[in-house]
Design a binder for this molecule. Structure first.
Ligand SMILES: [Zn+2]
Length: 349
């Protein structure tokens, strides 16, 4: 996986997430009174009920008329939300409340390394450049989704909501904040995937799933990169975590609004420093390896760097990006298949 493809993403952390309250149904059984005083009470009750109904109707009308739009109409809907974002393919996991984290995905059975965990189509995608206002654009995109999809969307969390606005009244801005927080790269565009968004973050060796988007299918795939035991949390990564702990945590706090407490960020100081050192070396080796394309390093050094990155990954428990690394190594080998550096013929491949 290329972690940087996750442009902006944060899982629900319990703050700012919108959830609809279930309403108790009103009893349909009414016992008619028999004596006068009771009849007066009954008439009073009818008047009170009528006044309450009128007040409630006016309130709902105001909520709609005040520019809340379709999304707000969904929010005031009395029905409980469809569980669109809590469906797991093959019952590999369940979405549950996790103390201190909000929602999260827990394995309901043992999952093998390499196993497909989830496929998901985006609710909608957005091109890199648009001609209209971003807020309006997202509003229009949401208008094309189904009610269960909008429920799933508005149950996602958000950060960086404008301080001068009210999320309950400025639903279009709320939608945009949710989009900004949860959109991930989907080919040349970015998209929102509510089911995938339930996966929380882990750094370095702390995450056990990766995702990839198949543009030709318009589908996102999530695979396990490690064996995951029943009861274990499924974690992905929101960013390139080959950075020292303080940099990772600072970035995650600033971008996604949470302080990372993953297994790697929770390491004792000495072990954390050793981990940081391995991750920094991996990042430096990746950067050096990229120089092969312009001839700065030769094929022998490039393959040595591949071996070193692999070794550091083993020591760190960092198994991500290996598909890309192996594929790049094949390109290097192909470029030197006649024993010499043939940059031009490589480019033609
Ligand atoms: Zn972490």
């Amino acid at each position: 996986m290329a972690p940087q493809t996750r442009r902006v993403l944060k899982q629900e952390k319990g703050h700012g997430a919108k959830t609809a309250k279930k309403q108790s149904p009103v009893s349909s059984s009414t016992v008619l009174p028999t004596d006068r005083s009771a009849a007066n009470s009954w008439r009073t009750a009818i008047i009170q009920t009528l006044l309450l109904s009128i007040g409630l109707s006016l309130g709902l009308f105001y909520a709609w008329y005040s520019g809340a739009g379709d999304a707000q109409k969904v929010l005031v809907n009395q029905r409980p939300p469809p569980r669109y974002d809590e469906v797991a393919v093959g019952a590999a996991y369940a979405v549950v409340d996790i103390p201190g984290k909000g929602k999260g995905a827990i394995a309901t059975r043992n999952i093998s390394r390499g196993e497909l965990i989830l496929t998901e189509k985006p609710l909608f995608t957005v091109p890199p450049t648009i001609q209209t206002s971003p807020v309006e654009f997202i509003k229009e995109k949401l208008a094309l989704t189904s009610e269960p999809q909008r429920w799933a969307f508005f149950n996602l969390s958000y950060v960086n909501f404008p301080k001068d606005k009210d999320p309950l009244r400025d639903v279009d801005h709320l939608a945009f904040a949710i989009f900004e927080t949860n959109a991930v790269r989907a080919g040349k565009e970015v998209g929102v995937f509510p089911r995938m968004a339930r996966l929380n973050h882990g750094c370095s060796s702390g995450f056990n799933t990766v995702y990839s988007y198949r543009e030709t299918e318009g589908t996102l795939y999530i695979h396990a990169i490690k064996p995951i035991a029943v009861g274990e949390e499924l974690l992905t990564t929101y960013t390139d975590t080959k950075k020292p702990r303080h940099q990772r945590r600072s970035f995650l706090q600033q971008t996604y609004g949470f302080g990372c407490t993953c297994s790697v960020c929770s390491l004792p100081e000495a072990e954390s420093k050793a981990s940081d050192s391995r991750l920094s070396a991996m990042a430096a080796n990746w950067a050096r390896f990229a120089k092969w394309i312009d001839g700065t390093i030769n094929g022998v050094e490039a393959i040595e760097l591949v071996r070193e990155i692999w070794k550091l990954g083993d020591e760190e428990g960092y198994g991500s990006e290996r598909g890309r690394l192996a594929a790049d190594a094949v390109w290097v080998a192909a470029g030197h298949s006649d024993g010499s550096r043939k940059k031009d013929s490589f480019k033609a491949l």
